[in-house]
Design a protein. Structure first.
Length: 144
């Protein structure tokens, strides 16, 4: 009975948290989640205005992340400065990017172990890194 309540509360927290993140990015960047996979209808990506992904939301088994247990956990993959990746993944709630380049992407657990403020900070950093990549390409082509 207690476990059922915890599961229900976790599910509600996840839905509210994900919706809050999606509201934030719509206001901040004008982006909306895209649901690209019919086999994973709850998985979503956030795409920068330059067309590149800056975040991926998924629900995966903890064991697939190297964590104990087979229960499901909600995660967000974001782009990260490669110089910071190894340091960041030493902190609980942060892991090497799941299904992504582990040098350039990190996975953040959306189970309450990372504060919403930090989640949004890393989301902003990811957006800026993607934006910076686009600007470098524009600058190079503008010089030629």
């Amino acid at each position: 009975m207690i476990m059922d309540r915890i599961s229900e509360e976790s599910g509600v927290e996840k839905i509210v948290k994900t919706e809050e993140i999606f509201e934030y990015v719509q206001k901040q960047y004008g982006t909306v989640p895209e649901y690209l996979w019919s086999k994973s209808p709850d998985s979503a990506v956030l795409r920068h205005k330059n067309g590149k992904w800056y975040a991926v939301f998924m629900t995966v088994e903890k064991s697939k992340l190297g964590l104990e247990g087979n229960d499901l956990v909600d995660i967000m993959d974001v782009k990260c400065d490669p110089d910071m990746t190894n340091m960041i993944i030493q902190t609980y709630g942060f892991l090497p990017g799941y299904h992504m380049n582990k040098q350039h992407w990190i996975t953040i657990l959306l189970d309450g172990s990372v504060s919403e403020a930090k989640v949004l900070d890393f989301l902003d950093m990811s957006y800026d890194l993607i934006d910076g990549a686009g600007r470098k390409e524009e600058n190079v082509s503008g010089l030629q």
